[in-house]
Design a protein around this ligand. Structure first.
Ligand code: NAP
Ligand code: GLV
Length: 316
């Protein structure tokens, strides 16, 4: 049986699949495979290992003649038409849990970078502008005593909250359902989305992208944010109405934003480049050697399990 992988992966995944008796077809170019090429190569594959950058939509799924499993190398699966895959008896798997620490660490890095203006500070020093310690130079905001609002109190959300507590912040959260474990660990209360936006000094987003969460932060509710607040998004770009975020950043209606993800990425709205109060990263939430290896290995194990008529480890 053949497995098609849409890009080279860490974690000796190819070797693992070969050792399990599978044939492996690997897209070796260092770019995102085109839909045409993806369809051509995946057509006769029994298992597909795509990335979050590959759209596995109806057209692709309709062309999968033998596929039994699509094992996304990501926890988010908004790139896959899961319902349609299911209707074709194809199992979809993702990589939950193993990337929580890495993504939460990066979220904290963004929060701190925004709060203490790390980007402008670094540029300032490199431009040789640091002439003296000055009492009012590059003043940021302190985390101690502030309120952090977590939108989406799931696996990553709870890890972010746990990391914020030692910084002496109070936590509140918004999710559709009450999260007993989250409340127990963080002492947080569930609040409405509007109350969270109105009262939080730090807002961090950890919800999946789907039709309910698209533009969940929009021109109506982002007006509730405090002028001193920091907004960080390490979930998916499309959960924020980005054009409006740019507008409020320009008008300094919030203190700063930290973004790892963008609406329509990898294209970036060039207006973002002009702003000093935004910190930009290239979707690297889970990008540590350890975590990316584990993600790739989990995807491969899911494929091997399904193709060996066993239960997948982490089905969507
Ligand atoms: P998770 O454990 O499923 O947590 C997501 C939380 O969002 C759940 O607690 C869910 O709870 C809540 N939620 C879902 N729909 C909602 C809605 N409409 N309104 C409010 N809350 C909602 O997921 P995770 O593993 O933490 O991952 C979260 C997302 O992070 C992923 O889907 C992915 O897009 C993104 N991510 C990005 C990176 C990166 O590299 N930047 C890395 C990893 C993950 P309820 O349904 O009970 O409300
Ligand atoms: C990364 O964005 C993921 O969803 O794993």
């Amino acid at each position: 049986m053949k497995v098609f992988i849409t890009q080279e992966l860490p974690g000796n995944v190819e070797e693992y699949l070969l050792s399990q008796g599978f044939e492996v077809d690997l897209y070796k170019k260092n770019n995102i495979i085109s839909k045409r090429e993806l369809i051509k190569r995946a057509k006769e594959a029994d298992g597909l290992i795509p990335l979050l950058t590959n759209s596995v939509d109806r057209e692709v799924i309709d062309n999968l003649k033998r596929c039994k499993v699509i094992a996304n190398v990501a926890v988010g699966y908004n790139n896959i038409d899961v319902a349609y895959a299911k209707s074709k008896n194809i199992i979809v798997t993702n990589t939950p849990g193993i990337l929580d620490d890495a993504t939460a660490d990066l979220t904290l890095a963004l929060i701190l970078a925004c709060a203490r203006r790390l980007r402008v500070g670094d540029i300032f020093v490199r431009k040789n502008k640091f002439t003296a310690w000055m009492p009012q130079l590059m003043l940021g905001v302190e985390l101690a005593g502030k309120t952090a609002g977590i939108i989406g109190a799931g696996r990553i959300g709870i890890e972010v909250a746990k990391r914020l507590l030692p910084f002496k912040t109070k936590i509140v959260y918004y999710s559709r359902n009450r999260k007993a474990e989250f409340e127990k660990v963080t002492g947080a209360k569930k609040v409405s989305l509007n109350a969270l936006l109105k009262n939080s000094d730090i807002v961090s987003i950890h919800i999946p992208l789907n039709k309910n969460t698209y533009h969940i932060l929009n021109r109506e509710n982002m007006n509730l944010l405090k002028p001193t607040s920091i907004l960080v998004n390490t979930s998916r770009g499309e959960v924020i109405e980005e054009k409006y975020l740019i507008e409020i950043l320009k008008k300094k209606k919030i203190f700063a934003a930290g973004l790892d993800v963008y609406e329509g990425e990898p294209k970036i709205n060039p207006e973002l480049f002009k702003l000093d109060n935004v910190f930009l990263l290239p979707h690297i939430g889970s990008a540590t050697t350890e975590t990316r290896s584990k993600m790739a290995q989990l995807a491969a194990k899911n494929v091997a399990a399904v193709l060996s008529n066993k239960k997948p480890l982490t089905p969507v």
